[in-house]
Design a binder for this molecule. Structure first.
Ligand code: ARG
Length: 278
């Protein structure tokens, strides 16, 4: 059996030098934190590998600090890569290096096809499109970053149903900050991040015994932004409340100190991009 394959970016050029979400604090960032970021990124990589995953690393690029969040680069399924188009000019420069990285993966046969969004369509990749293997559909988030049309294009590209969830706040600006399908139909989510309609949609599709609600403290610790490998959940340092909820359901929690990246509004899920889902 092949191992789950994840893309990560070397954090050698990572920093927090602009603000495009309320978690980003350029004034708190110091160069000395890059060392800590490198340790955090390595710890995440090791945690993914220890859980049975394989990691492919691409190089960072000076001046593009958020390149460390490849979940925003594309939506990937069945060897097909739908490239992202970013809302903020600060991140638009990432589109070309990510395209080149996917071209290189294609040349090696790791992925098969690369698809572009139509002009004017915004979508920030797997950060706003969570594949639900149990339900065989994409949960997509729109509003702060991705457009609804971008989410529609996912349905056309992959031929899989898409559920549209409107995000209600700038703090939870990507779906992956507030929503995470786990095993057997379980879903970990933070209700306050969604509009009433989106919340109703989640509750209509996920049976109450499958819903795991995150508290504001758990969501603010970026623990919903998690990577699932079998029943192992890799995430940022978790409050005890969440640890208990997940272990009671038979999950194994692996926590990594991701503070340097939380300072940019990201954590485990968005620092990785799953490449082998089929
Ligand atoms: N600073 C980045 C941004 O605001 C963080 C992205 C984190 N990615 C994610 N999918 N949550 O775009």
């Amino acid at each position: 059996m092949t191992k789950p394959l994840f893309l990560m970016t070397d954090p050698g050029h990572y920093d927090v030098s602009y603000q495009i979400n309320p978690w980003m604090k350029p004034e708190v960032w110091e160069e000395s934190r890059r060392r800590q970021a490198e340790e955090s990124s390595t710890a995440l990589r090791r945690a993914v590998e220890a859980a049975g995953g394989e990691v492919e690393i691409i190089q960072g690029v000076a001046g593009l600090p958020d390149l460390v969040f490849p979940a925003n680069a594309a939506v990937v399924l069945d060897g097909k890569v739908l490239l992202a188009r970013f809302r903020h000019p600060e991140r638009q420069g990432e589109e070309e290096p990510f395209r080149q990285a996917f071209e290189a993966l294609k040349a090696r046969g790791v992925i098969q096809t690369i698809v572009d969004l139509p002009q004017g369509c915004l979508h920030e990749g797997a950060g706003d499109a969570h594949w639900d293997a149990h339900r065989q559909l994409f949960w997509t988030g729109y509003g702060p970053r991705s457009s609804k049309e971008g989410c529609d294009f996912i349905e056309m590209t992959f031929g899989k149903p898409v559920v549209h969830l409107q995000l209600a706040s700038d703090r939870f600006y990507h779906l992956d900050t507030c929503f995470c399908p786990l095993a057997d139909g379980d879903v970990l989510y933070f209700p306050e991040a969604f509009t009433p309609e989106a919340l109703a949609e989640i509750r209509a599709r996920v049976a109450s015994e499958r819903r795991i609600e995150a508290t504001p403290a758990e969501a603010a610790a970026f623990c919903v932004n998690a990577v699932l490998i079998d029943r192992t959940v890799v995430m940022a340092k978790a409050p005890e409340t969440l640890r208990r909820k997940l272990t009671a359901r038979g999950y194994r929690l692996v926590e990594v100190d991701l503070d340097p990246f939380i300072l940019s509004g990201g954590a485990a899920y968005c620092m990785t991009l799953r490449l082998d889902r089929a």
